[in-house]
Design a protein around this ligand. Sequence first.
Ligand code: DI6
Ligand code: FE
Length: 401
Amino acid sequence: MKTLWQHCNVATMANGMYSIIEDAAIVTRDGYIEWIGSRQQLPTGEYGQTHGLEGAWVTPGLIDCHTHTVFGGNRSGEFEQRLQGVSYAEIAAAGGGIASTVRATRAASEEELFASARQRLLCLLRDGVTSVEIKSGYGLSLESERKILRVIRRLGAELPVTVRSTCLAAHALPPEYKDRADDYIEHICNEMLPALAAEGLVDAVDAFCEYLAFSPAQVERVFKVAQQLGLPVKLHAEQLSSLHGSSLAARYQALSADHLEFMTEEDAIAMAESGTVAVLLPGAFYFLRETQLPPMEALRKHGVKIAIASDLNPGTSPGLSLRLMLNMACTLFRMTPEEALAGVTQHAATALGMGETHGSLEPGKVADFVAWNIDRPADLAYWLGGDLDKRVVRNGVDVAL
Ligand code: DI6
Ligand code: FE
C-alpha cells in the first residue's frame, strides 16, 4: 500500500548533508521510501492513506550507534565518590567501576536485565531513536555474555526499534582471569566468540583498547578471530590515553573507532583512508569531566565521518537522551548542529554497517523518520533533552510508545 506524507519540511541528511526540502512530500510503500521531493512535483497517484504533518520538520529516525544499555545495578554511589575527588581509574583499581557492574549483571536474571534495559531503551525511543546499537561486555564469561546478548535480541524483537548487537567480551578483565589477560583473550577467541557467533547473537565485535583494559596486540587477536567469523569490528580507542587503537581499527576496516579524545592526526588519516567512522561520545567526556578534546580540526580536514552517540552506560555516561548528546557535541566539541544531526543519522548508520538502508531520507531507504514540531532543525541540538512534540514513523508505520 502506498502512503503519502505531506505538509512538512525535510532535512534529508543524504550523504550526511542537511539538504532541505521545503513544503515536501514523502511517499512510502511497504516500509520503504518510494519517492521524496517538493510537494509541487509529487507524481499523481493513488494513495491508500494520506497524512498531513502540519508543517513539521522531518528528519531521519535518530540512530544511537554506541550504547551499553543492558546491565545490572547502577553506579550513582561511584558518581558521588568521584564528586569527592576520587578518579575513575582509582575506583576501577579498587574493584569498583566496570567490575562492580559485572558482579551485578552476573547476579541478575535474564528477565531482570530485560526489564531494566527496556525502561532505559524506551527513554531513547521517546526521544526519536529508531535504531540502536547495544553492546554486551558486563558479563565477561560465555554464559553471562550470552545472557546479555539474548536480552539485546529480545529488546529488538519486542520494542519498535532496529537493534544491532555488538559483543564486547573484551571490555575488562573478569576476576577469575586476574593477572592473566592473555588467557582471557584466548578464551574470547577460542570459546566465546565462535560460540556466540554460531548462535546468531552477534552483529559486530568490539573491544576496549586502553592502558586499564586491553593492549593493541590483544585487541588485534580478537579482531583476527572476528574477521575469520565474518564479523565487522569496532573499537573503544583513545578515550583516556593514546595507544593508536584507532589506527589499528582502521587497518581492520573497522566500522567505527569510538571516543578518540587522545587520537593523533596520523590516526585520523588512517581512519579517513579506511572509511572508519569516528564515533564521539560527549556524554562520557562530560560525565568524567575530561579536558582533552577530540581533534575536531584533524577529523574535518581529513574528511573522517563523525557520528555522535549516547554511550549509555552506568559508569561514564548515564545518558538517556540522544538529543542531549547533540547539544553536548555542539557545546563541548564545537560541532555545528548540522554536523551533530548528521552524526545521529547517516554517519551513525554507517558506523553500524547500515548506511545503505538507513540514516537518510532517500528513495529505496527504510521509511524511518521523525516529524518534529519545531521551528528549525537546529532546535534538535538546542533544547537540553525534554520530550519534544513529535511523531515517530518506523518502517512506514506510526510508532506508539
Ligand atoms: N568506555 C566507557 O566509557 C565505558 N566502557 C568503555 O569501554 C565505561 C563502562 C563503565 O564504566 O561501566
Ligand atoms: Fe562505550
